[in-house]
Design a protein around this ligand. Structure first.
Ligand code: 13P
Ligand code: SF4
Length: 361
């Protein structure tokens, strides 16, 4: 426990209040950890009620945050929808900065807090609004589809946003609406390459990378398959195409979670950020999780301690300039207004095995 939190004690009241949460996480959290975490969890949950606040927690948060204090949990798409829908006065984003900006864009009347301003993202920092303006000059008339893992400035230059859950659907929608056969899909090169393999629309891509998912290789997957022949291997579409080619399933973090909850595989490997498996494992005791994973240093900046401080001191408030927010809102809202997907979004690996190239900017 960090200095300043020592007075939070594991009293019988705290034990009673947090017992249902403990039952949920006890497979992944030790009793010693829980005695330190439970008092803060109880204090955060009380502060939320007093201040009419909600916590939107991404799937990559650690279990004590995800299961202990998250009011709404999920992937980027789910959290964006919830930001627009919820009626709290304050949103605390347990995630990274671009997610907090997205919440602010969709809910300008709410106070949006991020517990650590340095919780960034390698994809979001790979491109600027000025870059997108130059791209638009180079490809006039071609719609710009931007992954939500971008800053508000970039979204403001965008025609429509997408997430990993709906990228193929959004690209095809944009091509139809603009009456073109090419679409700019930025900034994740690997997501763009994976989308290109599943659609007849030509893709123009940017060379941004997720520093967590770019590190997985096809060799890693083949080794896992040899060691655990029964295991289902689920990969995130920010991974290189060669990784998806040898995986059994690919989809957003929510689609991976749905896969485990619905199909209840005996053994599973989640090729993504480390906390994802911990969180799903709390809800899927019948599945064994094999755990090669990479940590996202940005997501891991968020802790119970700084969430508590954020709520107590109303910090750090995320603001987006009104004109930027208005343009960005159009792009995010166009995505949100698309019809919900009938089945959990997933990549069609059968079709994706046919290699299709992209034009790199
Ligand atoms: P999703 O939750 O949208 O799948 O995104 C994963 C991610 O890396 C977010 O930073
Ligand atoms: Fe960005 Fe990758 Fe971390 Fe997600 S996991 S926040 S895409 S660096």
């Amino acid at each position: 426990m960090a200095d300043g939190f020592a007075s939070f004690e594991y009293t019988p009241e705290v034990e009673a209040q947090t017992r249902p949460l403990w039952e949920k996480v006890k497979a992944r959290v030790t009793p010693l950890e829980w005695r330190l975490q439970a008092p803060l969890i109880a204090a955060i949950n009380q502060l939320k009620a007093e201040k009419n606040a909600v916590i939107l927690a991404h799937n990559y948060m650690t279990p004590e945050i995800f299961h202990g204090v998250g009011d709404f949990v999920g992937d980027s798409l789910g959290l964006a929808r919830e930001a627009a829908r919820c009626d709290a006065k304050i949103i605390v984003q347990a995630g990274v900065h671009f997610m907090a900006e997205t919440s602010k864009i969709l809910a300008p009347e709410k106070t949006v807090l991020i517990p650590d301003l340095l919780a960034g993202c390698s994809l979001a920092s790979s491109i600027t609004g000025a870059d997108v303006r130059l791209i638009k000059q180079r490809y006039p008339g071609i719609p710009v589809v931007t992954y939500v893992n971008t800053t508000a400035d970039v979204k403001a230059e965008t025609d429509i946003c997408c997430t990993s859950a709906n990228a193929v659907q959004v690209v095809e929608h944009a091509a139809r609406e603009w009456g073109v056969d090419r679409v700019i899909l930025i900034p994740d090169e690997f997501l763009a390459r994976n989308v290109a393999r599943q659609t007849d629309i030509k893709i123009i891509a940017w060379q941004g990378r997720c520093e967590v998912h770019e590190r997985f290789t096809a060799e890693d997957i083949l080794e896992l398959k040899a060691a655990y022949p029964q295991a289902q291997i689920l990969a995130h579409p920010e991974c290189p195409a060669e990784v998806l080619e040898v995986s059994d399933f690919a989809g957003s973090t929510a689609a991976m979670s749905d896969f485990v909850m619905l199909r209840k595989p005996k053994q599973v490997v989640l090729i993504t950020e480390c906390s994802m498996a911990d969180n799903v494992a709390c809800d899927a005791p019948e599945t064994e999780f094999i755990r090669p994973c990479n940590l996202c240093p940005h997501m891991k900046r968020i802790s119970l301690e700084n969430i508590y401080e954020a709520l107590l001191h109303d910090r750090y408030e995320v603001k987006v300039e009104a004109d930027v927010a208005a343009s960005a809102r159009l792009a995010v809202q166009r995505m949100i207004d698309m019809p919900p997907l009938a089945i959990p979004a997933r990549y069609d690996l059968v079709k994706a095995r046919h290699h299709v190239d992209v034009e790199l900017i």
